[in-house]
Design a protein around this ligand. Structure first.
Ligand SMILES: NC(=O)c1ccc[n+]([C@@H]2O[C@H](COP(=O)([O-])OP(=O)(O)OC[C@H]3O[C@@H](n4cnc5c(N)ncnc54)[C@H](O)[C@@H]3O)[C@@H](O)[C@H]2O)c1
Ligand SMILES: O=C(O)C(=O)C[C@@H](O)[C@H](O)[C@H](O)COP(=O)(O)O
Length: 540
């Protein structure tokens, strides 16, 4: 169940908390409450008069009580007075509300505009005397606290109240998956419309230069990212790489290293990758290797990159010998899965992404499989042009969140793939071989789909799962428009490539197989006869 209130808004005097808060409430058909108005109702007098008569400490006590009551009972948009978050008991109440899933929005307006608005309004006891000097002093004290007590940060510079309200709504409705673990710096994956608006906050103030790495088909999305970066005051180097797998090569990486060197990129600078999984793999690889590692943020624009490639820190390039053979485990500072980018995604590339979504269902979260079954036909007919705002968008957001959680679960305790993380490779042993033998004309997610059917056949041969589970793989994947068979190469070629899989040890093959739906195990060194029999079963 979602936490209530729906959202709490805080910010400086004049930031527009009441104006924007009312607009948000109006757009969402929710009630709006303003803490100051509620206090005036409670004490039966105007705030300046109460201040005058009883002083600030008494006012803060009443304010904290009113806020605590509203955080308990109110189910709408609740805006706080500018100084309210400075009270320790209110800070604790807000922290508890966030723990319950609540959204505390710091409405961060342009200081000059907010100051002028605050002065125009009058009737503000905290601005008595030299109002501008008082406002600036309070800003210095309050801004760091506002950052600490909020979990959604919305810059409103240059926006109308309606524009700011839309931005608040987008950011509050985004889903956040926290990725953490003993060996990684924690980071968040933000999923939803407008997630890219978080970019400047995630990059922080240290970088001066940003290498914006993207492919040509996502130019319109990288244009938006470039605008956000420039507004944030960064110097942007726009780097266009070849599309898809041709971008994941040492030649491309070397070209970027040369540019970073020539353009004076230092350790405190950063990389932003925008595009499908190939672009984010390459961008991460450049970030991991430049000066032995600089900060990077991924902005995935394909379903597959959102659910899998952009998260988890596997970065890399292909070599003539195989897929992802060179790379490193290097975690991003954040992942911004902005669902508005899916509006331009072609149907076949969306469907391919469902391959990795289904994988996460098969290996762990079986609810994913139920959602896929229930919405198979709408998913198969995905159309970017009608997607945003449609009921399917919520379904896809749910699938992305669940799949990212499966990934986060495996990555958190085994970043460097010593064991548990290998389960994310379900379907990949054959899948990567198919991609290579097809000269990367087969899409990754399609190859993984066939690879999962292959792994299911192998598990069936080994007596681990019944035939109906194998059949379920075929029926679910084909209902989504994914391939379930392949006949493009010889067993000898496939076997040679599977021996180069990163899970292989010495001359022994290692597969990931199911022993029931939602539960995976390792299968070490099966006989060549069994491996071949499973291969025969996936050929048409
Ligand atoms: N690092 C990991 O953990 C991991 C996980 C899974 C896959 N991968 C890698 O990811 C790659 C596959 O990713 P992919 O399926 O995104 O393929 P891709 O990167 O090749 O992108 C597919 C195509 O879609 C285009 N595209 C992407 N977003 C678009 C958008 N919003 N609008 C229009 N066109 C868009 C791309 O430019 C490209 O032409 C493979 O290289 C795979 O090995 C990595
Ligand atoms: O994150 C992982 O670990 C995975 O295995 C996820 C896979 O879906 C992904 O395709 C990954 O790129 C495969 O990595 P590789 O190590 O087998 O090249």
């Amino acid at each position: 169940m979602a936490a209530h209130p729906y959202a709490v808004i805080l910010g400086m005097m004049g930031a527009g908390k009441t104006r924007v808060g009312k607009e948000v409430a109006h757009m969402l058909h929710l009630p709006f409450a303003d803490a100051d108005a509620e206090i005036e109702r409670e004490v039966g007098m105007k705030i300046p008069a109460y201040f005058e008569k009883y002083g600030e400490p008494a006012f803060r006590d009443v304010e904290a009580d009113v806020i605590a009551d509203f955080l308990e009972d109110f189910d709408g948009i609740f805006s706080l007075g500018g100084g309210a978050p400075m009270t320790p008991s209110t800070q604790r109440e807000l922290a508890t509300y966030i723990e319950r899933g609540g959204k505390v929005v710091y409405l961060d307006a342009d200081p000059q505009e907010a100051m002028e608005r605050a002065n125009r309004g009058g009737g503000r006891p905290m601005l008595n005397g030299d109002a501008n000097a008082r406002w600036k002093k309070l800003y210095k004290q309050r801004d760091p606290v506002f950052h600490d007590v909020s979990n959604v940060h919305v810059h409103t510079r240059g926006l109308t109240p309606q524009g700011a309200a839309k931005k608040v709504i987008d950011m509050v409705s985004q889903r956040i998956v926290h990725v953490n673990g003993a060996t990684i710096e924690p980071y968040d994956v933000a999923i939803g419309e407008g997630a890219m608006n978080r970019l400047v906050d995630v990059l922080g103030t240290k970088p001066r230069k940003i290498a914006l790495i993207h492919t040509q088909p996502v130019q319109r999305h990288s244009d938006r990212v470039r605008a956000l970066l420039r507004q944030g005051g960064y110097e942007v180097s726009d780097i266009v790489i070849p599309d898809a797998e041709p971008g994941k090569t040492i030649t491309v990486a070397n070209g970027i290293w040369e540019r970073l060197g020539n353009e004076g990129f230092t350790r405190s600078d950063a990389v932003v990758g925008v595009g499908g999984g190939a672009a984010t793999d390459l961008a991460g690889f450049v970030a991991a290797t430049w000066m032995r590692g600089i900060r990077y943020v991924n902005c995935p624009t394909s379903l597959l990159a959102m659910v899998d490639a952009s998260t988890g820190g596997k970065t890399g390039i292909n070599t003539p010998q195989g897929k992802n053979l060179v790379g490193s485990f290097y975690t991003p500072a954040g992942v911004l899965a902005d669902m508005t980018t899916l509006a331009s995604l072609p149907n076949d590339i969306f469907i391919e992404g469902l391959g990795e979504v289904a994988k996460s269902g098969f290996i762990r979260d079986t609810e994913i499989l139920h959602i896929l079954e229930e919405h198979a036909s709408e998913l198969k007919n995905f159309n970017g042009q009608t997607f945003l705002g449609s009921p399917l968008e919520e379904v896809v957001a749910e699938l992305i969140e669940r799949t990212v959680k499966v990934k986060a679960y495996h990555v958190s305790s085994d970043l460097k793939e010593k064991g548990l993380r290998e389960f994310l490779n379900y379907g990949h042993t054959l899948g990567h071989a198919i991609e290579k033998l097809e000269h990367f004309r087969w899409r990754h997610g399609n190859a993984v789909a066939v690879g999962m059917v292959y792994a299911a056949e192998l598990a069936n041969i080994m007596g681990l799962i019944d035939r109906d589970v194998v059949d379920y793989h075929r029926s679910l994947l084909s209902s989504l428009g994914l391939p379930t068979s392949w006949n493009g190469g010889s067993f000898e070629d496939v076997l040679a490539l599977m021996h180069r899989d990163k899970k292989a040890r010495g001359n022994e093959l290692r597969f990931v197989v199911l022993d029931s739906i939602g539960h995976v195990v390792h299968l070490d060194n099966p006989s060549v006869e069994d491996v071949e029999e499973a291969f025969r079963r996936i050929q048409q």
